[in-house]
Structures are given as C-alpha cells and as structure tokens.
Design a protein around this ligand. Structure first.
Ligand SMILES: Nc1ncnc2c1ncn2[C@@H]1O[C@H](COP(=O)(O)OP(=O)(O)OP(=O)(O)O)[C@@H](O)[C@H]1O
Ligand SMILES: [Mg+2]
Length: 394
C-alpha cells in the first residue's frame, strides 16, 4: 500500500461524493477493511489526493456541483503526482456514453448506484491488487534504471582510468629511465657539493615515481578487475592464512590494535588468494586510517557462517538470502554520515587529503566481492565507527 500510510498495512480509499448519505454508506461499507477518507466536493477531493498521504484508490461521483467527476478525473490524470491513482466512477446513471467518457479519461472502472456491497468490495479489491503490482513493477524498473546508470558511470570511469593509467605508466617509465641514467652520470661528477645536491634531488624524484607507480597500480587493478575473476578459485588458500598474511604486514602498533576471531565452523572463502588479500588489505587499511589518532582505537576482524533471511545489498541493489560465509571488519573510528557511506563504493570517492587516498580501494573491493557472487554492506555511525560485512555464498 502507499508508503505514506506506513503505520498500517491498510490501503486508503478516498470517496468523493456530494451526497452526505452516499459518503456514510460508502464509509460503513469500507471502513472495516480500509482507511476511508471522504470529500463532498471535487476541490476537496483533489486536495486530499495531492496531499502527502495520497489515497491508493479513489471512488469518484460524476454528478457534483461546481466541479463534476470528469473534471476532477482529468485534473488528477494530468498531475504526475496523482496520475497513477486508480479511479472508479460512481454514478446513478447507467448510460453507455457515461462509461465511455469515464474510461477515455483514464478511470479503471465504473460502479452504478445504488451500489451492491459484495460487487463493489470485490472490484475495489481487484483494482487495489493491480495497483500494488504496478507500484512494485515501477519500483523495480526504477531500481534497474538506477543500477544501469551506476554501471554505465562505473564502466565509463573504468575506460577513462585505463586510458589515463596507461599514458601515465609510459610517462613514468621515461622519468624513471632518465633518473637511472642521471644517477649513473652522477657517479662521475667530481664536485662533492653538487653531487650531494643532485643526489638528493634524484632521490626525491625516485620517491615521487614510486608513489605515482603505486597509484597507477591501484588504477590498473581497478580497471582490470575482470582478470581477477578469471583466476578465481585457481589459487585457493586458507582464508585464515590470507588474513594473517595481511595482518603480518601491519606495524607493531596497528597489530596491537587488531583482533581476529575465526569461528571454528567458518568455511574458507572460495576466492583467489590475491583477490582476498586485496579485499582484506583495503578494509584493514581504511579501518586503521580512521583510528590512527584514537588511543583506544580498535579494529576487529571476524569470520563466521551466517544465515540471511533477506538483506539489501546497496552496492549492487539486490536482496540476498541463504547461507553465507561472513567476513566482518569493524572499527571504532570516525564513522561516516549516511551521505558519505552511500558513496564509499564509487570509484575515486575519497575524503582523505591528497596523497593519503585515491578513492579506489573500496570500489575495487566491491568489484571483486560481487564478481565472486558475494555482497558487501556498510554500517556506519558518525563518531562511533564503521562495520563492513562481506557475504560469500557457500
Ligand atoms: N573504516 C572507515 N571509516 C570511515 N570512513 C571510511 C572507512 N572506510 C572507508 N571510508 C570512507 O570511504 C572513502 C573511500 O574509501 P576507499 O578505500 O575507496 O578510498 P580511500 O581509502 O580514500 O583511498 P584508497 O584508494 O587509497 O583506498 C574514504 O576516503 C573514507 O571517506
Ligand atoms: Mg582505502
């Protein structure tokens, strides 16, 4: 039923009729099953239909003073906000011409007065069922349209990134080649001061090249996520070993702030070890970044089995259910507001200062997870922390 009537599952029906007795009869007939709103004038009916709690269906009398039912119907159908509300005309007349005019204007049915209770209820029920199915269809179409737009955006980002990354790779090759040559020439320079200065400059160039190469690497991984799919399952290592590999690269302080809990019944995630390493590395790096200035900062990683009834994966727009291996990475860092959390899987979205982040980590993670038929969910509370939950089907 309409989302504006959240407090109840009952549909709302608006009855527009200028005869008070008719409004009473209809209310008595409908109020057990539905929320009933009434209007004794066309204008009033329009106001209710255009309100923030629009009805799910309108029963509309034709013969009314000031504004008749046809005019009300025409105005409702012309307004995108009310155009999809089904209208059933109520009329004392039983003229074929009236029915044709009503259907032409967009009404879904016609009920003649005096009404027959059973028939009226059956017709209303039928039209509400059709409306619900149409609403669902529209919502699904909207969701698919948004998914398609997102995919198009990500795909064009991928093409752009690939182009930029390859060009930069070539340029970096030239820079590091000439740096090497310059270092060789440096060996022959006799002036010690000049040698030191140039040596320092060349080291700075090398450092910059290293940073840029790392960045290009990230961009290339982002563009080549499909390759990871092809090697999936060919190099399956124990999931615990892969997580421990990542943790072994942390410095002592970060390691001390990290705990790993492996449930005894947790199965291994069937995914290439390089891909899983990349997933864990990105999530753990992000978590440590957010707790770096918090003395009591903690990062918790866990692996367990879980059964899902129904869960919405915002990253791919699908509802998921069934048995999964759940990888959870949580921190008690800065957390995010809803707006930020909604963008974390977008390529190049970052809130980190230049040099600290490119904004590709989580889009790579999301890409790999979904290519492995898994899903990723982020729960974050500003000021409290963040939980990333990854679900891999068994
Ligand atoms: N654990 C977390 N806590 C708070 N914010 C987070 C967390 N993980 C991710 N974010 C937010 O999501 C953004 C995107 O993360 P992502 O890993 O994709 O890129 P990044 O870390 O900024 O850069 P990089 O490409 O180096 O990973 C981050 O900039 C940050 O704003
Ligand atoms: Mg990151």
């Amino acid at each position: 039923m309409s989302s504006t009537n959240e407090n109840t599952d009952k549909a709302t029906i608006l009855v527009v009729d200028d005869t008070p007795d008719n409004l009473i009869i209809m209310s008595n007939l409908l109020e057990d099953k539905y929320i009933v709103k009434v209007a004794n004038r066309g204008e009033k009916g329009l106001k209710i239909a255009r309100s923030d709690s629009p009805p799910d269906l309108i029963l509309l009398d034709i013969m009314m003073p000031e504004m008749d039912g046809y005019e009300v119907c025409e105005l409702l159908k012309a307004d995108p906000k009310t155009a999809d509300i089904p209208i059933i005309f109520l009329t004392a007349k039983n003229e074929v011409d009236d029915e044709i005019s009503g259907f032409t204007l967009g009404a879904v049915d016609y009920i003649t007065k005096p009404i027959q209770a059973e028939v009226t209820l059956a017709r209303i029920k039928r039209h509400l069922t059709i409306k619900m199915a149409q609403d669902k269809q529209r919502a699904t179409a909207e969701k698919l349209r948004n998914q398609l737009l997102h995919l198009q955006k990500v795909s064009s980002m991928g093409q752009l990134t690939a182009g930029v990354a390859h060009e930069f790779n070539n340029i970096l090759g030239v820079i590091s080649g000439y740096t090497e040559i310059s270092k060789m020439i440096l060996e022959d320079i006799q002036d010690d001061n000049c040698k030191d200065d140039l040596g320092q400059n060349l080291s700075a160039v090398e450092k910059g090249v290293k940073k840029a190469t790392n960045l290009i690497q990230k961009m290339l991984v982002y563009c080549n996520q499909h390759d990871l799919n092809e090697i999936k399952k060919m190099d399956v290592k124990s999931t615990a070993d892969i997580i421990n590999d990542v943790l072994s690269t942390l410095d002592a302080t970060d390691k001390a702030k990290t705990t790993l809990t492996l449930s005894s019944c947790a199965k291994n995630i069937e995914i290439d070890s390089t891909a899983l390493n990349q997933i864990v590395t990105n999530l753990v790096n992000n978590a440590h970044y957010t707790i770096k200035d918090i003395p009591s900062g903690r990062v918790e990683i866990s692996l367990q089995m879980t059964q899902l009834d129904e869960l919405h994966c915002a990253a791919c727009g699908n509802e998921i259910s069934g048995s999964f291996i759940k990888l959870r990475v949580s921190d008690n860092g800065s957390g995010m507001d809803c707006e930020t959390a909604a963008k974390v899987f977008d390529p190049f979205f970052t809130t980190k200062p230049v040099g600290d982040g490119v904004g590709l980590g989580l889009s790579v993670v999301s890409g790999i997870v979904h290519q492995s038929n898994g899903h990723i969910i982020v729960d974050s509370t500003l000021g409290e922390g963040t939980i990333f939950k990854l679900f891999f089907p068994i």
